[in-house]
Design a protein around this ligand. Structure first.
Ligand code: TRP
Length: 460
């Protein structure tokens, strides 16, 4: 059994740790660039709907499974569904997803580390927007720089996980999450004064239905899973450290709201810059690194400080998310294979590092350039696409089916209601309805559409 079971200090501690896992590169790096690539408003709308009708019900389910079993994903399913049940594979799928996601997540976090150091040298001061874009391209295509920062970030992540996450992570998140949100509010206020602000608001919030692409729907749903850390048992694992006093539905709603607020704030900082300077919103993964430094470069010394603060916060946001990814993989080997925490962390982090090398080299053209020609995506994009658009929604689908249809109803209801004041039973009934019907059907519909079995386009 688990060597290192602990618990959060309070409900607030859990909310912060779960929000620390949820708020990460997905909000600040990924959400703005995929919003840009998918035409803005409609994409944002589908994403918000996905969070509300699929994300929140599944987040509650994961925490319910975690707290009911007090175990990490694979163990949780064997505990609840029986040692020989095939539900265990849902846990395994989660471990595999965590492994794949972390392998390229660490590469992006490495870029953030690099930008933190560039801020210290006041690199952006007086540079033009073109020069700043060019810097990202240089970084992206350099094998040495990518490998170096990828390894630094994996070492940092392993260091936190080896020490046992709970105290460290909870304590850091308590300080850093509020600062992160405050900084983004300040930047978003600055952005209001840029000439491209109006255009940005229109781009992000006004849904032009004609810009809706079927692939965008899957991407929005997949991103709802990614950004809320769902579909692979990370929230399940965090839920296993939760006490019986906490009201799970309420905590899940706070975490989701916080996560969504940071994603929207990030857009409201970045898109005004993009439209003011005539950048291309479809610039892809480099977007955050090519926009922020432009504002910083314009405000001289103060810009250097702000830039340093911002990228440091981005690194911490990435770290608290990466830790939850590695924790799922590591705790599998601790709980199921009986390894001690140190051995499990070193071996899994080492393996993730090696598996991430092709992603780290994606921009260099050094490793199998044919891959990109054949599949139209480099390694980095392939892994991201596979994990966030397929593995997480499938994992989430199975989780919703398990909790909705297979789990012991009395245990399910008890976990949902413990810690809250549920004199009104419609809370529970509403959740169950979304979990049993809406969430699985939404995921299945989107997947069938993607594999081409049904064509919703004829409906429009
Ligand atoms: N949610 C994090 C982000 O937005 C990434 C992440 C952490 C994650 N743990 C996860 C994604 C578990 C999926 C599953 O950056």
């Amino acid at each position: 059994m688990s060597v290192d079971r602990g618990s959060w200090s309070s409900k607030f501690g859990f909310i912060l740790a779960a929000a620390g896992s949820a708020v990460g590169l997905g909000n600040i790096w990924k959400f703005p660039y995929i919003t840009g690539e998918n035409g803005g408003g409609v994409f944002v709308l589908i994403y918000l709907v996905s969070v509300a009708i699929v994300g929140i019900p599944i987040m509650i389910s994961e925490v319910v499974i975690g707290r009911a079993s007090q175990k990490s994903p694979v163990g949780a399913f064997s505990f609840l569904a029986g040692e020989n049940s095939s539900w265990k594979f849902v846990g395994m799928l989660g471990v595999a997803s965590g492994f794949i996601i972390l392998s390229y997540y660490s590469v992006v976090a490495g870029w953030a580390l690099n930008y933190t150091f560039m801020s210290l040298t006041n690199f952006f001061d007086g540079k033009t927007a073109e020069q700043i874009s060019g810097t990202f391209n240089t970084l992206y295509s350099s094998a040495g720089i990518n490998l170096f920062w990828h390894s630094v970030f994996m070492i940092l992540t392993a260091a936190v996980v080896v020490a046992g996450v709970k105290k460290g992570i909870e304590r850091w998140n308590r300080i850093l999450m509020p600062i992160l949100i405050l900084m983004f509010i300040i930047f978003a206020v600055f952005s209001i004064f840029l000439s491209g602000w109006k255009e940005a608001v229109e781009f992000v919030f006004y849904p032009h239905i004609d810009k809706l692409k079927p692939s965008g729907v899957l991407e929005a749903l997949g991103h709802a899973f990614f950004t809320l850390s769902l579909g692979m048992g990370a929230m399940l694992t965090y839920g296993s450290y939760l006490d019986k006093k906490t009201n799970i539905p309420q905590a899940a709603i706070y975490v989701s709201l916080l996560d969504t607020a940071v994603a929207l704030l990030a857009c409201m900082v970045m898109f005004p810059v993009i439209f003011t300077y005539g950048f291309n919103p479809q610039a892809g993964p480099g977007l955050v690194f090519q926009t922020f430094p432009v504002i910083f470069g314009e405000i001289g010394r103060a810009g250097m400080l702000l830039s340093f603060i911002l990228f440091t916060l981005l690194v911490f946001a990435a770290l608290s998310s990466a830790v939850s990814l590695l924790e799922v993989v590591t705790s599998y080997f601790i709980d199921e294979k009986g390894w001690d925490r140190k051995k499990a962390t070193l071996i899994t982090a080492g393996a993730v590092f090696l598996f991430g090398i092709p992603s780290a080299l994606s921009g260099t053209g050094l490793l199998f350039p044919e891959w990109q020609t054949m599949y139209g995506k480099n390694f980095f994009d392939t892994f991201d696409y596979l994990a966030s658009n397929w593995m997480l929604p499938l994992g989430g689908l199975f989780i919703s089916i398990y909790v909705g249809w297979a789990m012991d109803p009395a245990l399910r209801k008890a976990e949902f209601e413990t810690g809250g004041n549920f004199s009104k039973s419609w809370y529970y009934k509403t959740w169950l309805f979304f979990l049993k019907f809406i969430a699985p059907l939404a995921v299945i519909a989107v997947i069938l559409q993607r594999v081409g079995i049904i064509d919703f386009d004829i409906l429009f």
